[in-house]
Design a protein around this ligand. Structure first.
Ligand SMILES: Cc1cc2nc3c(=O)[nH]c(=O)nc-3n(C[C@H](O)[C@H](O)[C@H](O)COP(=O)(O)OP(=O)(O)OC[C@H]3O[C@@H](n4cnc5c(N)ncnc54)[C@H](O)[C@@H]3O)c2cc1C
Ligand code: FES
Ligand code: FES
Length: 504
């Protein structure tokens, strides 16, 4: 077992040892390395001022550059990767031939478009642009809001920033300095790759990053008071916001094969380290609504680190994926020293903070049926369109034969202590004709199914009303009425105006 991590920082090899396992990348960059270009705004993944770019080799062997919130990234998660901070752009990075001190194109466009005032948010925006520029995607006008949704600016206003992004030239063949930077990055990453378990510790708090399943099971079994970490987009906040003491963390993110999405018979199997970004295209295939909710899941930074299994394992009643996956009849796999079992996802959630998972078990995968689900729909209601947790999420799935509903799966987030199916509403729909009146009758049953709470996101009355409205919207949608959508393939603004009462 190695007691140090090895990674690439701005195209130079770094080794770090003897630090607490819960040290965040942002604190280390700023306090230990004096790299203060990355800022701390919120310390909880919301503002993007701390964005850096992490390059990882994907399961298919290609390289991808991820925007990452350094404030909730633990140092142990860097084993073997390449990190670029805003300081690494200024010099073009070691191996690049940009003139020392020259601005990178992602910085120059911000200057050219007057896209910075106080400058606090600017390094974060630049790094989000840099990730998109490296990947050669996300810079079309229709995509820029999504690319930058995880970066907040409080003084410039977004128009000049969006203009700057839109002006960035993304070339299929990158400029020479960038090709050289990537070659150096790739060869350094190859040179430091290894298969040993790594454990970063100061003797009081440890972070273990095993490379194999055996290593993971061994470290998991041997550790006392252990916390499993996947993307740390929840666990990171336990440290930075709740000051929780996590003596031993063990990370799924480096285990060989854990990042795999694969076909297993009638299911897609999503491994424990598969991020939202990596899972999105598979899960959303033929289910545009699911893709739309995932696009609004956190931000590019959160989707690049946060995992599908982490969203389920945390047991939150307002997680976005569980209700959608329950409506799709997904299953979950759990593995421990003496167990290897599979259960339906709705059975996994027992009560608030309680899931059907033994202390020695971990979530080893999620199984999502491949079967087409043409009547699947999902609607997310949150206070803010992007980068916000749901107040209520409704996910619905029907099978219909000869004009009658033969089965109904209606699942809600934000309505109970767990993500939960609406049993009475489902019963009202099953066997009923596929017509709006059936959905009206089912919507009335939601008051039997749920007694929601009032909290800062929504009142109990609002939640019940909005849940009923979502079911009615679904009824309209699947019975052929034109249903407005916020984005995606729905009615255009002109269509909506024409459909409004009194429109001529
Ligand atoms: C800015 C921001 C925006 C967000 N927006 C959204 C949003 O729009 N919708 C939403 O649903 N969530 C949102 N979240 C919450 C979070 O991103 C998700 O819940 C995410 O999927 C968690 O995954 P993770 O891999 O980061 O989990 P982690 O933080 O690593 O872990 C979460 C929990 O799951 C446990 N765990 C993780 N993996 C396993 C495993 N394989 N087996 C057993 N236990 C495990 C951990 O011990 C911990 O209890 C947001 C978070 C942030 C910071
Ligand atoms: S400091 Fe706000 S996202 Fe990291
Ligand atoms: S320029 Fe001041 S916060 Fe964005």
């Amino acid at each position: 077992m190695r007691d140090r991590i090895t990674f690439i920082l701005n195209n130079q090899v770094e080794q770090v040892s003897g630090i607490a396992g819960d040290t965040t990348l942002l604190n280390w960059l700023r306090q230990t390395r004096g790299l203060t270009g990355s800022k701390e705004g919120c310390g909880e993944g919301d503002c993007g001022a701390c964005t850096v770019v992490v390059a990882r080799r994907q399961a298919d062997g290609t390289m991808r550059w991820h925007p990452v919130n350094a404030c909730i990234q633990f140092m142990g998660m860097l084993e073997g990767v390449s990190v670029t901070t805003v300081e690494g752009l200024r010099t073009g990075g070691a191996g690049g031939n940009m003139q020392d001190g020259a601005l990178h194109p992602c910085q120059q466009v911000m200057v050219d478009h007057h896209a910075s005032q106080c400058g606090f948010c600017t390094p974060g925006f630049v790094m989000s642009l840099f990730a998109a520029w490296c990947n050669g995607e996300g810079l079309e006008p229709a995509e820029i809001d999504t690319t930058l949704a995880g970066n907040l600016c409080r003084c410039t206003g977004y128009r000049p920033i969006v203009d700057a992004a839109a002006s960035l030239e993304v070339r299929a063949i990158p400029p020479v300095f960038e090709r050289q930077r990537r070659e150096t990055e790739a060869s350094l990453m190859a040179a430091i790759a290894h298969d040993e378990t790594v454990c970063l510790t100061d003797g009081r708090r440890s972070f273990t990053a095993p490379a194999s399943l055996d290593g993971f099971l061994q470290s998991f079994a041997q550790s006392q008071d252990v916390t499993i970490v996947s993307g740390a987009t929840d666990v990171g906040l336990w440290v930075t916001k709740q000051n929780r003491n996590l003596p031993n963390m063990i990370w799924t993110g480096r285990v060989r094969g854990f990042d795999r999405v694969e076909r297993r018979g009638a299911h897609w199997r999503i491994g424990p380290a598969v991020t939202h970004e990596a899972a999105m295209s598979t899960l959303a295939k033929g289910r545009p609504d699911l893709g739309e909710v995932m696009r609004r899941f956190g931000s590019a930074q959160v989707r690049a680190s946060g995992t599908v299994c982490g969203n389920i394992a945390n047991g939150s009643p307002i997680g976005d994926l569980p209700p959608m996956l329950i409506a799709l009849a997904a299953e979950i796999e759990l593995v421990g020293p003496a167990s290897n079992r599979r259960l339906s996802l709705d059975a996994f959630f027992i009560d608030y903070g309680r899931q059907d998972r033994g202390v020695d078990e971990f979530v080893s995968g999620v199984l999502v049926p491949v079967t087409p689900t043409p009547l699947f729909r999902a609607y997310k209601i949150s206070k803010r369109f992007d980068q916000d947790i749901s107040a209520v999420l409704g996910a619905f799935n029907l099978t219909v034969s000869e004009g009658r509903i033969t089965s109904a799966r209606l699942a809600f987030g934000g309505m109970a202590a767990t993500p939960k199916r609406a049993a009475a509403a489902e019963a009202a729909l099953t066997g009923a004709p596929l017509e709006l009146a059936s959905f009206e009758a089912a919507a009335a049953e939601l008051a039997v199914d749920f007694t929601p709470i009032t909290d800062m996101r929504a009142s109990a009355d609002y939640r019940l009303q909005v849940a009923a409205n979502l079911l009615l919207k679904y009824g309209l949608d699947v019975t052929g009425a034109p249903v407005p959508r916020l984005t995606g393939a729905g009615l255009s603004a002109d269509d909506l105006r024409a459909a409004a009462p009194g429109a001529g």
